[in-house]
Design a protein around this ligand. Structure first.
Ligand code: ACM
Length: 767
């Protein structure tokens, strides 16, 4: 997996440095940016003769000292000798400073003579070393050690500490499974960007992934399955994208069947936990129950109320909270989990429970009567609270998805908020005195396919929900991004889904001072390091075209490589561009209708998104002959769930006038619906117009009766684009939109002749 490529820091620093201010920042391309950084003149040079002064309490910090030595060795091929003197020249001084407030706090002073790091605790030293690592050239990450003679560290003074204590990533290892070595690579990336929690979703309907000694069938049977319909989707997509191929190491043959799966033995998990702990990343295990338990139920059918399992309307049959045998099983499992994972947190899941089998169960009728429970929601709460008492008996704190609010939440449970369509859940929980971890689907479900807006959406995410006082906001522990892997079948695809957008989350949670442009400049420097680390990150987006392109006489394709060192390669025969495909010239004339596929490539050969550009030859469309009179658009609203805009029903339930291509706030109240926006758009000059339609869920744009953008079907926010040749004047405009329930996004922007994206002015819309 690791690729060796010696890209020097000076090349990386050459990327798009426009101004002196940027040049200054890029002496310190640190992500997340430190709280306070004072630039200084000159630099400290680490060579084989640099000496190290250890902190007084050497044993306490031995792990961090070893990490520092290992970085230095990767760079210059030798570790540093220690000395007692802080005054002799060229020394790195590590000092314990008990006056610092937090365990992760640190200070660093770098001058041409000395590099001094102070921290109160090992975690602080570790965070400082992550900062120092990002000040070292990316070449230190390569496989070959000692390729550099010296490491130049730019002089500075910095004070740093995190704003949020929960800076998490989640990985679903159930739907698809990931090797121990991949988890270690994942943990390394968390540590590099100062993330400190790894939430492992270890069990679900599609696979049980952790050895439980008392119930061996959980992994003997529950860790293996035949390919399912999610795998089929991946296989279909793999035809066009090799990252979607299912990792072969998790496919076996057993009893004449091809099975997919795998699990971690407790010994392997101990090794992963120790690896993470050495990098100050805490692993939080989730054993999701009472729902999402089909893998366990297939192995132990006694767990359901009626011994049967299957799918209800939305979710799988849950385990039965009305039989003591269920509790015995759950407690046995969590006894082993509590002993295995040193974290004080245990995640019980408790999301998406199909409760119909409980409602039909005589045992549940009895339990509900005996405990004065009035609904199946209260029965779920009874299960969660009983499990929480058990967790407390093991000295552990319960975390649950936000459904644990329904039917009543105990004051000591931690709520993990995910349902964007229940915006008051974290507010209610915080006011109730519960601690809350924010993981709202948009923008923190990293299983949503990334597009050009994803990094910005994460960067602008605000962890404290609206409506909380400053005092109540203290209940927000931080946030976490989740990677659900139904459609993420490979390590490469996982890298692509979470990198680089995790770095935006890291800056939100650690620094929480936002300067997006500055962050993007620093991110650009990170790519060279990620190349060295063999990370299959998503490359920056390409500009200067739309997917569907129009030319009248002759078109011109001009696409700039996003970063120095990256190339753009293309094909015209429909095949996927590879490193052997021709490099796109600075401008390519288009004189015939055709399809061009192009992609950017990093110096290490990491391929960016594949863009398929269709070129159609058209004439300019004539405008309407009478000018529309009233400003705005008509919005027709259709109640109901329509999977695509073509399925929107014939008759609207209500209509209103709106100022632009928007859905007024509150319309639909989280339900599924369809909407049609109609009117006219004014274009001030005869030109080729590009339109960019961002939708969650689906939408289509029509101008002059022609479909310009097809962004249809239910999906997370996604931008699609198209072009049309328009003569100056008013043209009929229609946007059809469907929402499947939950939160929605609808945004229409345009650009002229490949210029800057802009919104349509209200005054240029009329009906
Ligand atoms: C979830 O996405 N079901 C927590």
């Amino acid at each position: 997996m690791r690729r060796v490529f010696a890209l020097t820091l000076s090349l990386a620093l050459g990327m798009g440095l426009g101004t002196a201010a940027h040049a200054q920042d890029l002496r310190y391309p640190i992500v997340p940016y430190p709280q306070q950084l004072v630039p200084m003149e000159g630099s400290f040079v680490i060579t084989g003769s640099t000496r190290l002064v250890l902190p007084a309490n050497t044993r306490l910090f031995s792990n961090e000292v070893a990490q520092l030595q290992s970085l230095v060795r990767q760079g210059i091929g030798t570790t540093l000798k220690t000395t007692a003197s802080t005054t002799s020249g060229n020394v790195i001084v590590l000092k314990q400073d008990l006056s610092l407030a937090g365990e992760e706090d640190y200070t660093m002073t770098v001058s041409p003579k000395q590099l001094q790091i102070s921290a109160k605790a090992p975690a602080g030293f570790f965070r400082a070393i992550a900062t120092l690592r990002q000040l070292m050239p990316p070449a230190i990450e390569g496989r070959s050690t000692g390729s550099l003679r010296a490491l130049n560290i730019p002089a500075l003074q910095l004070n740093d500490h995190p704003v949020y204590s929960w800076r998490g990533m989640h990985l679903d290892v159930s739907r698809h499974f990931f090797s121990v070595s991949y988890l270690k690579k994942f943990i390394d990336l968390l540590a590099l960007y100062k993330m400190n929690k790894l939430h492992l979703h270890l069990t679900d309907d599609q696979g049980w992934r952790i050895e439980i000694k008392k119930y061996p069938l959980l992994t003997e049977k529950g860790a293996w399955r035949e390919f399912n319909n999610q795998d089929s989707v991946c296989m279909e997509k793999a035809k066009d994208n090799p990252d979607m191929e299912i990792d072969k190491e998790h496919i076996i043959q057993r009893d004449g069947k091809t099975l997919y799966g795998g699990f971690y033995t407790q010994a392997q998990m101990k090794d992963i936990i120790a690896y993470a702990a050495a990098r100050h990343v805490e692993i939080i295990p989730e054993i999701d129950m009472p729902g999402h338990m089909m893998a366990a139920i297939r192995a132990y059918p006694f767990l359901t109320c009626d011994g049967k399992s299957g799918w209800g309307k939305d979710f799988s049959t849950p385990i039965c909270p009305c039989n003591e045998t269920t509790f015995r099983f759950a407690e046995d499992v969590f006894t082993e989990i509590a002993a295995l994972f040193p974290s004080k947190y245990l995640h019980l899941g408790a999301d998406e429970v199909e409760k119909t089998s409980w409602a039909a169960s005589p045992a549940c009728t009895e339990v509900m009567k005996a405990n004065n429970l009035k609904s199946v929601e209260e029965l779920q709460s009874y299960f969660v609270k009983r499990m929480e008492r058990f967790f407390h008996s093991k000295g552990k704190v319960l975390i649950g998805w936000d459904e644990i609010l329904e039917g009543g939440i105990s004051p000591t449970a931690i709520l993990m908020y995910w349902r964007a369509w229940v915006p008051d859940a974290p507010v209610k929980a915080a006011r109730h005195g519960n601690q809350v971890i924010m993981t709202p689907g948009n923008p923190l479900y990293f299983d949503a396919t990334p597009d050009r807006n994803s990094i910005g959406n994460v960067y602008h995410f605000e962890p404290v929900p609206k409506g909380l006082t400053a005092e109540e906001a203290k209940s927000i522990m931080g946030a976490q991004a989740n990677i659900w892997t139904e459609y993420i079948p490979s390590e490469k695809r996982t890298d692509y889904m979470f990198m680089p957008r995790m770095t935006a989350l890291a800056e939100v949670l650690w620094t929480h001072k936002k300067d997006y442009d500055n962050y993007l400049q620093r991110l650009n420097v990170q790519y060279a390091r990620l190349d060295q680390l063999g990370v299959h990150y998503r490359l920056p987006d390409l500009d200067g075209f739309t997917e569907d392109n129009v030319f009248v006489d002759q078109g011109m394709l001009a696409v700039k490589a996003p970063l120095t060192g990256m190339t753009i390669r293309y094909t015209t025969d429909g095949s996927i561009p590879g490193m052997q495909s021709p490099v796109l010239p600075a401008s390519l004339p288009i004189t015939t209708p055709q399809t061009i596929r192009l992609a950017a490539f990093s110096p290490a050969g990491n391929r960016g998104d594949i863009y398929t550009l269709r070129y159609r030859q058209e004439s300019y469309i004539k405008p309407v002959t009478t000018n529309p009179a009233k400003q705005g658009l008509q919005l027709d609203y259709f109640k109901g769930a329509f999977k695509t805009t073509t399925k929107i029903k014939a008759t609207a339930d209500s209509s209103m006038r709106v100022s632009n291509v928007i859905i007024p706030e509150g319309l639909g109240h989280g339900d599924a619906f369809g909407a049609r926006l109609q009117g006219f758009v004014y274009v001030p000059e005869t030109a080729i117009y590009s339109f960019f339609l961002t939708c969650d869920d689906g939408g289509r744009l029509y101008i002059g009766g022609k479909e310009v953008v097809n962004n249809d079907g239910w999906h997370a926010p996604l931008q699609k684009s198209g072009q049309i040749a328009l003569e100056k004047g008013w043209h009929p405009l229609k946007v059809d939109f469907v929402e499947g329930g939950g939160g929605y996004t609808l945004k229409l922007e345009y650009s002229v002749n490949g210029g800057k994206l802009q919104p349509i002015q209200n005054s240029n819309l009329a009906l």
